[in-house]
Design a protein around this ligand. Structure first.
Ligand code: MG
Length: 224
């Protein structure tokens, strides 16, 4: 089999990308410092469209029942669908629309945080734009990064996205109730995850039913 590998970029593209990534990392550090100074624990939630990020955040909010002590930044290209759903659970919600960008970045988070009422907020969830490629490269300054993957994404999703799963502090396998129907083996997916990121907690969940939610809260180290 003949394989073409990327890496043959023009020097200009490489320099541009390096510059962009290092600028983002610098802003991410500043964000983290602000979160630390404000005593806010921040969590970046990544995963494909339809993996269940919003449903999981809603389930966590219901379990925590902390009202406005929780803030959520919802990233999406153009809609407010997720932000509206999350708002039903009572937290402070800020929508960030990225337009054509496939990920949030540290600068957008800083802008969102400037619009937030920080007073009294203990926990900040950031729902990243739905995909398993771009968000991994752009840390936001969050204390923890969680990746949600659902069994409906098929048997090879984790293997095919090594970079984002390497970035994860917690991995959630969602829609576990559908594994049989999808002919997907949760244990196989867990093995794939362990190969990429051996020590990371791997939690099986059904966010709509609340299954696995206490374990996720525990793995994130959230104390309500
Ligand atoms: Mg969502």
């Amino acid at each position: 089999m003949k394989i073409v590998k990327s890496g043959g970029q023009e020097i200009f593209d490489i320099e541009l990308e390096k510059d962009l990534l290092s600028r983002n990392r610098k802003l991410a550090k500043e964000n983290k410092r602000l979160f630390d100074e404000s005593n806010i624990m921040s969590i970046d939630i990544m995963g494909s469209i339809g993996s269940g990020k919003t449903s999981m955040i809603k389930a966590i909010l219901r379990k925590l029942a902390m009202g406005k002590k929780v803030a959520v930044i919802a990233g999406d290209l153009t809609t407010t669908i997720d932000a509206d759903r999350i708002e039903e659970e009572g937290p402070q919600v800020i929508q960030v629309n990225t337009g054509k960008e496939c990920h949030l970045d540290a600068h957008l988070i800083r802008q969102a945080v400037r619009r937030m009422k920080l007073d009294g907020v203990k926990i900040l969830f950031i729902e990243n734009v739905g995909n398993l490629i771009c968000p991994g490269e752009f840390p936001l300054g969050a204390h923890k990064r969680l990746v949600v993957v659902s069994v409906t994404e098929g048997p090879y999703t984790i293997m095919k996205h090594p970079y984002i799963f390497k970035e994860a502090d917690v991995i959630v396998l969602n829609k576990i109730d559908l594994a049989k129907a999808m002919k997907v083996s949760p244990s196989r997916l867990e093995q794939d995850a362990k190969k990429i990121n051996p020590h990371v907690p791997f939690i099986r969940a059904n966010a709509l039913k609340g299954v696995g939610i206490p374990k996720i809260i525990n793995a994130l180290g959230i104390k309500s």
